[in-house]
Ligand binder design. Sequence first.
Ligand code: FAD
Length: 273
Amino acid sequence: MGDLPTRADVVIIGGGAVGASTAFHLATGGVPDVVLLERETLASGSTSRSAGGARLQFADELNVGLSLRSLDEFERWDALIGEHVEFVPGIAFHQHGYLFLLEPLMARSRVAEATVPAREATLERRRVLVGQRARLTEELAAVDARLETESARVLRGPTPPLAASELQKLVKDLLARGNVEVRSERVLPAADQQGLQEVPIEMTIVGSIGDLVTAISHFERADRLLALKDVKIRVVAPGQPREVTTTLTVAGYLLPGGESSKSKIKPTGKEDD
Ligand SMILES: Cc1cc2nc3c(=O)[nH]c(=O)nc-3n(C[C@H](O)[C@H](O)[C@H](O)COP(=O)(O)OP(=O)(O)OC[C@H]3O[C@@H](n4cnc5c(N)ncnc54)[C@H](O)[C@@H]3O)c2cc1C
């Protein structure tokens, strides 16, 4: 710092390409006292990282003008610098042209452009959904409430055989109220039914048609959700047409997931006592 001059006509701060060039042109242009201050070393900033290309494609005229001027100076480098200093630092200046590879960018932008309609459609669907939020929330709450009620009406299980046994007992109790006699019963294979496990049983009963109808009418009011899947009626004795043999297929429902479904089932009805 001690060697710095105490006064100067022009002080330039920063010894990169711009500062150095300004100092050079001022000094060679006749300004006697030019001082260039650099805090690190000359060209320690962007200048030393530059690829060294000089191009003419710019968005504004000034940049194009600067580039053209620098081309002119690089072409005359040795003479231009040699006129003022003994040692001319060499530069490797080759004019091969400047190549921009834009194809991948354009291809990417074409791909992005092609997705615009689909993305706009998705956006529109989301807008519509957001607009329906209040109604959907209300509907969801109603479905939740219904699910809660229906969950309470599924069989306890937790496995299909245990659920079938519970169903057999329940159906026999209901049929007994209708005054019909159960002759035989069997468990049919369980099947998946829209997320629930359907547990069907088959029962053969004997009684009058009136008693049969009364018995079946109790199914609707049962604590558990029951579906009458099939009814086959046969007349036992032609001389006594009022007495019929009926084979019923009745199904109950079980939440999938065995043990985990237990927590969703609320105890209902007298079997739970
Ligand atoms: C990776 C890369 C590639 C590039 N490729 C090209 C190319 O191909 N063609 C092209 O034309 N341009 C290119 N550039 C841009 C070009 O390098 C810069 O535009 C140019 O070097 C800027 O010069 P400068 O003197 O303004 O800045 P710099 O070179 O950054 O110089 C600034 C100087 O000021 C000094 N300084 C800062 N503050 C103070 C202070 N308070 N006191 C003292 N000294 C200070 C710094 O230490 C530094 O040395 C490229 C740039 C980068 C980074």
